[in-house]
Design a protein around this ligand. Structure first.
Ligand code: NDX
Length: 265
């Protein structure tokens, strides 16, 4: 396999377009899983109209299956390239940052997740998305990325890596705090407390967004920037809808808390 820059351009552009499409389609109504299920009736339908029953899978199993391709596809690409003992920097960044994130998301986060069963239909699209993105990021870093020998000393690499690690810390810690809100088998929603939840309702999402912008800066690559943009378009509105949900559900919800970005939004 060789690097096809036009393929990378086209797939990255499509990822950006999917992000914009997502903002356009879902800015007024959240993606329909977790606390936003059952879905709001579509415009023009009577509010009492019952949505058809959707098939679901236990949340742990669903998240494992959904996230696995984002780990497996780049690992397969790395294995196919069979990088030498001192692998190119692109392969090492892909292995440690991107696959590191998805190793945690697939093999650790999924098994600790507590929550409502996950809709099969969203799982199906989630799997497709993870294959697509895993391929794009993996293909670029394995076959296209080239870095100068001293890239590790470059300010872009160092600041991006720091942002990535900080975002990952915030994301993992916030997801941990959400898990602690419930006893096993419980499905009720409570007010998140502690960590960055003191400032924003979507602390886990804020962390994830920082993480992928950090990855984009550290790798200075178009596909990584496109994925960071998509993440912002998908989980940014989700944080906003979570925030509105909390304000409506809990009368004592802290008014100074923002939706996604501390002190700003
Ligand atoms: N999965 C990323 N669009 C998505 C699945 C759906 O990993 O076709 C994007 C991901 C996919 C989506 C994925 C991409 C776009 C798709 C979409 C389906 C359709 C869409 C493919 C792949 C599509 C077009 C057409 C435009 C292309 O009961 P419960 O489950 O609610 O419990 C929750 C619990 N919790 C609480 N417990 C007690 N009290 C409270 N107040 C609580 N609040 C929450 O915590 C959960 O068990 C848990 C976390 O819930 P929540 O809602 O805070 O986070 P969640 O959305 O489940 O995300 C979990 C983690 C989080 O760290 C987040 O940052 C990360 O995954 N994530 C999530 C989504 C996407 C993503 C990262 C990314 O884009 N990077």
């Amino acid at each position: 396999m060789h690097c096809l820059p036009s393929l990378v351009m086209a797939l990255s552009a499509l990822l950006v377009a999917l992000g914009v499409l997502h903002l356009w389609l879902f800015h007024h109504q959240p993606s329909c899983y977790g606390k936003h299920e059952p879905c709001q009736p579509k415009e023009g339908k009577h509010p009492a109209a019952r949505a058809p029953r959707r098939a679901h899978l236990p949340t742990r199993c669903a998240w494992f299956l959904q996230e696995l391709p984002a780990f497996l596809v780049p690992v397969l690409l790395l294995a196919l390239r069979n990088p030498p003992r001192f692998a190119p920097l692109g392969c090492r960044l892909l292995g440690s940052m991107f696959c590191g994130h998805y190793f945690h998301r697939t093999f650790i986060y999924s098994f600790f997740r507590r929550g409502r069963p996950f809709p099969l239909k969203i799982l199906f699209f989630g799997v497709l998305f993870c294959i697509y993105n895993g391929f794009l990021q993996g293909y670029y870093m394995v076959y296209c990325a080239e870095y100068p020998d001293d890239w590790c000393k470059d300010i872009r690499f160092m600041s991006g890596l720091l942002l990535f690690l900080f975002g990952m810390g915030v994301n993992i810690h916030s997801d941990f705090l959400l898990r602690q809100l419930r006893k096993p088998g419980e499905f009720t929603y409570k007010i998140p407390q502690g960590g960055l939840f003191a400032y924003v309702s979507g602390a886990n999402f804020f962390g994830e967004i920082l993480e992928w912008f950090g990855y984009a800066i550290a790798t200075w690559s178009l596909p990584a920037l496109a994925f960071a943009f998509f993440t912002l378009c998908f989980i940014g509105p989700r944080a906003y809808h979570h925030h509105r949900y909390y304000l409506k559900k809990f009368t004592g919800y802290p008014r100074s808390r923002k939706a996604l970005i501390p002190f700003i939004f």
